[in-house]
Design a protein around this ligand. Sequence first.
Ligand code: NAP
Ligand code: ZN
Ligand code: ZN
Length: 346
Amino acid sequence: MTTVKAFASPSATDDLVATTIERREVGANDVLIDIKFAGICHSDIHTVKGDWGPQQYPLVPGHEIAGIVTEVGSDVTNHAVGDRVGVGCMVNSCRECVNCLAGEEQYCLKGNIGTYGAVDRDGTITQGGYSTHVVVDKDFVVRIPEGIDLDVAAPLLCAGITTFSPLNHWGAGEGKKVAVVGLGGLGHMAVKIAAAMGAEVTVLSQSLKKQEDGLRLGAQHYYATSEPETFERLAGSFNLIINTVSASIDISAYLQLLALDGALVNVGAPAEPLPVNAFALIGGRRSFAGSMIGGIRETQEMLDFCAAHKIGAEVEVISADKINEAYERVLASDVRYRFVIDTATL
Ligand code: NAP
Ligand code: ZN
Ligand code: ZN
């Protein structure tokens, strides 16, 4: 065991504090990563606050990890010391079920092992990326291509793959009209990636405050959802809507914005239910779907796609003593567009 620095949440209500945690010895199939940057995802906040159910504390969040390999186990051939690598939302899965075999480990039928707050194979509770080092199985470590700096790469490991996967699955591209609801961490990646795929992108944000940014990131259109005429004007417009909102919204109103056979894919994960009016679906053979992160193979594909299109996240790099303030700002939708912790400050 090695003792390393970390920032942890002591309870559902306390601020995060500096601490130390233990990392396991590097096993034959493990990679030791010197973490350089860790993104702050809204899921970290949902988790530590207990929105998704009770947690075991202290809990070290962080599943947008970018760093450098400093040691590899004896059976590791796919990563080497000095490599630039990333770790996202999961660090293991059963590897045997139909979904794991299909490369969709995030949907492992036995449950994937989350990067933090999950019971690891050795019975310990996993601890995440707000930390200086992590030991991860080689098969759950991806390569960060040259050409993407590590700070702007970190958010790709969750926000990037969570939006790339449904855009890819539902065929965003030339001739497709894609709307992105919520311009936060996930939303701004959805805009960049959908635009790079060739789709015509529209941002649906609560206000027009971020309009200039939305257009700079690659959207062609930008509307405020606080204005009722937005819903009249855009009725029946989109082939695909990606909802990234962290709170419950009126899904039926957004379904009305879909063209025939369109799909609204929910990636936002509010604690509250999202009620749907059946008529909003049946009136246009519409689909209401969900999507969770992406598999390891697709995560690598996403990183390679982002490198080829020179896409990174828009980040505000912060020191560890600003984590609690950053949480408040994310909750107030005051993030442009991802806070990333410089782990040298832990
Ligand atoms: P974020 O940076 O806070 O962005 C969410 C955006 O939603 C905000 O910037 C805001 O955009 C909009 N919003 C927030 N509250 C709203 C409200 N009450 N009504 C309408 N719009 C509101 O969060 P994130 O990190 O992108 O994560 C978004 C959600 O996705 C979270 O629930 C997170 O847990 C979930 N998530 C899911 C997956 C998955 O695998 N499915 C992966 C990662 C995260 P505007 O100011 O532009 O309106
Ligand atoms: Zn996340
Ligand atoms: Zn499995």
